[in-house]
Every structure is written in C-alpha cells, then in structure tokens.
Design a protein around this ligand. Sequence first.
Ligand code: DAH
Length: 381
Amino acid sequence: MPDLVAEIKTLEGQATQRIAASTSVEALQMVAHEFVGKKGALTAVMKQLGSLTPEERSLVGKAANDFKTQLETLLADKEAQLQDARYESLKESEFIDLSVNPKPHAALGVKVPFGGHIHPIAAMQKKLEDIFTSMGFSIVDGVQVEDDYHNFGALNFTEDHPARDMQDTFYVQAHGGAGVPADTMSSVPGPEAHGGAGVPAGTRQPYLLRTHTSTVQIRALEKMQPPLRIIAPGRVFRYEEVDASHEHTFYQMEGMLIDRKVSVGNLLHLMQTLLTEVFGREVEVRLRPGYFPFVEPGFELDMKCLVCAGKGCSVCKHSGWVEVLPCGLVHPNVLQSAGLNPDEWQGAAFGLGLNRLVMMRHGIEDIRHFMAGKLDFLRQF
Ligand code: DAH
C-alpha cells in the first residue's frame, strides 16, 4: 500500500518552498492551482484512496485537510506580504508632491492652475479666534438649524415682541426627526411657540435657520458653569432681500463673558483691545445706545474711521466714525432663563459681523461677493 500520508507531507514541503519563492500574486495562484486545483498533485494522491482501509482513509483524509488549511494560510500571508511590498514601492514611484508649484505646460497650452488658499472670512475668523483664545476665551459650537427657544425665547424676545421682525427668519419644515414626536413641531411660528429644554409636552416647537450666533449664549450656559468666556463663530441666515449690504447667508462671531462683576468699562476695554489687534493699529471707539432684547444696556460700538482718521470721508459717510459691532450687558432675563441668579452673576456680550469686518479691512463694497463663488474675487486675497 502506498504511504499516502508521507506523499502528502512531501507535497506540503514542496508547496511551502514554492510559496516562499513566489514573487507575485500570479505565481501564488499557480502554486494553488498545481497543488490543490482540480488536476493538482493532491487530487492525484486522493484518487488512490479507494485501495485503503477505512482507518487509513481517515488518516489520509485528515492529512489532506491539514495540508489544505496550511496551504491557505501560507498563501494568504504571502499575498499580504506581496501587497504591502507593492504599496511601498508605489508610494515611492507614484509620489506626487502637491506643494510644488506647477509649471505651465507650454506645449499643451495649459495655464498654470491657481493654488488654493484660505477664504478671507475664514482667515478673519482664525485671526479673531487666536486673539480671543489668547485672552482666555474658549470656542464653542452651536447648531445651524435651531429651535425658537434658543434663537428667540431664551434671549428675551417674547412671543409677539416686535424685535422678532428685526431678524427675518427662515422657518424649517420639520419631518419628525429622530426622537422628536411630530406633534411637538410646526413649520409655522405660532404665538403658542416657546420652549426648548423643559418645554411642556405637546407644545409646538418651530425650527428655523438660526438668525444669529447669539443662540450659542444659551447653549453655552446650558452646558458650562460661570465664570466663563466664550466665542461662537458660525454661519447665520436671514430671509433678506439681497443687495450690496444684505445677504441671506453670512458669518458672525458671538462673544460672551459671565463673571461676578462685569461692567460697561470691561466691555469697552475688551472691544478696543480686540479692534486694535484686528486692524494692527491703535483704534478709538465710542458707544451709542442700541436696542437688542437680550442686553441691557445695549450699544452700537463705533470705531474712529481708519481711512480719514476721523476727519470725514466717503467710507465713514463724512461722520468720522464707522459702526462696527453691537454689544451690551447680558439682560437679567437671559441669565435667569439659563438658571443663573442675576444678583450673583453679570455678563457682557457682543456680536461681530465677520463679513462686515472683512469688508472694512479690504475695502469691499458689496457683500454678495462672498457667496458668489467667483474666483476672480477670491484670488485677490
Ligand atoms: N445677535 C445680534 C444680531 O445678529 C447681534 C448682537 C447684538 C449680539 C448685541 C450681541 C449683542 O451679543 O450684545 O443682530
């Protein structure tokens, strides 16, 4: 009787050597084919099983199975090894250095492609973030699809408050998202709408595209304990008639600090330091009264015109001053709606219009340029 187990062991030795010597996936496939394929060496051995006793057969069967398993493992390991080596060599041979300036391809008449760069609004945002974080502020994120409570209610805009008309709003048709029962939402801002955290069950809750980043005042106060200093940069939306100074989508940065004692003097000093950093020279500021429901007192902050040094020019409409940002001391109702005691805590808040700052800095006359996606405009920065 032929010693089939020994034959299988010999095949195993041969296959192992062949696999070790293979230098391509194709060579490995050949090995598999030659040893365990339909017409392979193992199949030939197994054809002789008929002449064996049942005990011998089971021994040979086991040896054959072991061989197959062993072969599969060796083939898979070797294939992985070859793939790794291939990727390594491709990394070398196909490496493209994207930081190298492309050369014009004169023969093909191809122009030098223009390199990408930071958008002027993103650059302004980064600059402000650097200034504020160096003054101990943290950067906080909000959400762009907001509820009425965070955008208006908790910021002291009562239901029928005329100040809601200051901010024309895009309302969002809600389709009962995860975890939000459909009957708690409405696309129509009804007079009964209010709520947010702790909204009574069944109250209708309109959703909207946030009209300002002041929403993050409330979101931050829900999560953080005072004293705190935060900024919240982001995109905001208004249902605006678009013209040279109005856009439906623009960028703001909200700022807020809460402490035991905060005064208008603190706010003024902070804003002056900020603007001096932004414009790279000493600036003079002044406050005029301004109305926003979530601050009391509220102000419009003006900066002495940098173009004419206050003498009067077309940029400052011959007044010597340019309106830069609104600000104020946080209204006690806002503190209260966030669960803070207004006798214990005070706050200051300000809203920077990033588009406006970039426009002032670069002398851009039309806000629509930012969203127009025109490369000729963007390439100037
Ligand atoms: N959220 C206001 C707006 O978009 C701007 C604003 C005004 C923010 C006064 C403030 C503030 O923090 O104190 O019109």
